[in-house]
Structure formats: C-alpha cells, structure tokens
Design a protein around this ligand. Structure first.
Ligand code: HEM
Length: 158
C-alpha cells in the first residue's frame, strides 16, 4: 500500500515536471518568435505577454505539484535523501528556479509592458530589445537549471 502511494506521488512529480518544464520551453519559444517579428506591432508584444501570463500560471501549478509530491515522497522515505549532497544541491537549485520565475521573469515582464506604453517609441524600442534579450537569458538559465536537477535526481551523486 505504501509503495502504491509512493508511486502515485512519483507520477505526480513527473506530471508537475512536465507542466513546469514544458511551459518554460513554450514561454521561451513564444518570446523568441516574438523577437523575430519585432517589427510587426506593439499588439504582437501584448499578445505574447498575455500568453506569458497564462503560461506562468501553468508553471506555478507544475511547481506546486512537484513540491507537494516531493515532500510526500520525502515523508514516505523518512527524509532518507535529505542528508545527501545531491539532494541539498537540488533544493538550492529549486529555490533559484522559483526566484527566477516569480521575481526576475515577472519584473522583466512588467518592465516590458511599461515600455510598450512609453511615449518615446525610439528609446522604448532599444530598451525593449534589451529587456527582450534579458528575458531570453532568464529562460535559458531556467531550462539549464531544470536539466541540472534531472541529472542530480537520477544520478544521485554523493
Ligand atoms: C524543480 C523541481 C524538481 C525537479 C525538476 C525534480 C525532478 C525529479 C526527477 C527527475 C526525479 C527522478 C524520478 C525517478 O528517478 O524516478 C525526482 C525524484 C525525486 N524527487 Fe524531485 N524534483 C524537484 C523537486 C523536488 C522537491 C522539492 C522534493 C522534496 C521536497 C523532491 C523529492 C524527490 C524525491 C523524494 C524523489 C525520489 C527519489 C527516488 O526515490 O529515486 N523533488 N525528482
């Protein structure tokens, strides 16, 4: 019975990972496509930020599933991995992912929106490019952090 519950938590963990990491990749693709079409229109930017708002909700739900199921598995295993180096590094990276998603990406998104509404289009468009590049850097870092956690969780280096 315990093993059954453990497997349910593990499946939930993987579903959460699929949602959170998948939505991160999708967000990156949307922002990249928008970058290629930047001459198009401000409306275009609005659309991609609106999509981003939906996508970040998916990332949030995914992260919640990952964390709840992870805590569930740790409780079942009586925290057996807790003392191991790979697990501690995993938790540090988890915090960086959350801060990156909730603070950094959100602040950049807000700046992006504000610039779209700026009156001086010339200045705004140069700054828009900068913010756009920074958003992509955040997203690439985010994807690399996910892959690092995959490697740590599966190889369990100690
Ligand atoms: C972004 C966050 C996370 C990612 C991407 C992630 C990823 C993974 C992966 C890929 C596995 C391997 C599954 C397998 O070997 O079958 C795993 C297992 C596991 N994770 Fe996570 N995880 C995350 C967060 C957490 C958190 C917050 C906890 C606990 C508080 C946690 C606890 C566990 C446990 C206990 C296992 C099972 C280890 C085992 O028995 O093999 N994870 N995770």
């Amino acid at each position: 019975m315990g093993g059954y519950l453990y497997n349910i938590a593990l499946v939930t963990h993987v579903v959460g990972i699929t949602l959170a990491a998948g939505a991160t990749v999708f967000d990156f693709v949307i922002v990249s496509i928008h970058g290629q079409n930047r001459s198009k229109s401000i409306l275009d930017s609005f659309v991609s930020e609106t999509i981003h708002n939906k996508v970040s909700r998916l990332i949030g739900i995914g992260m919640l599933l990952i964390i709840l199921s992870g805590i569930g598995m740790m409780a079942f295993l009586h925290g057996v991995w807790g003392q191991q180096t790979w697990f501690r590094i995993k938790m540090i990276i988890l915090v960086i992912i959350v801060v990156n998603a909730i603070v950094v990406r959100r602040l950049l998104g807000i700046r992006f929106q504000k610039m779209l509404q700026a009156e001086d289009v010339e200045v705004a468009s140069q700054q828009l490019l900068d913010v756009h590049r920074n958003i992509r850097i955040v997203q690439i870092v985010q994807m690399l952090l996910f892959v690092t956690i995959f490697v740590l969780s599966i190889f369990k280096f100690n």
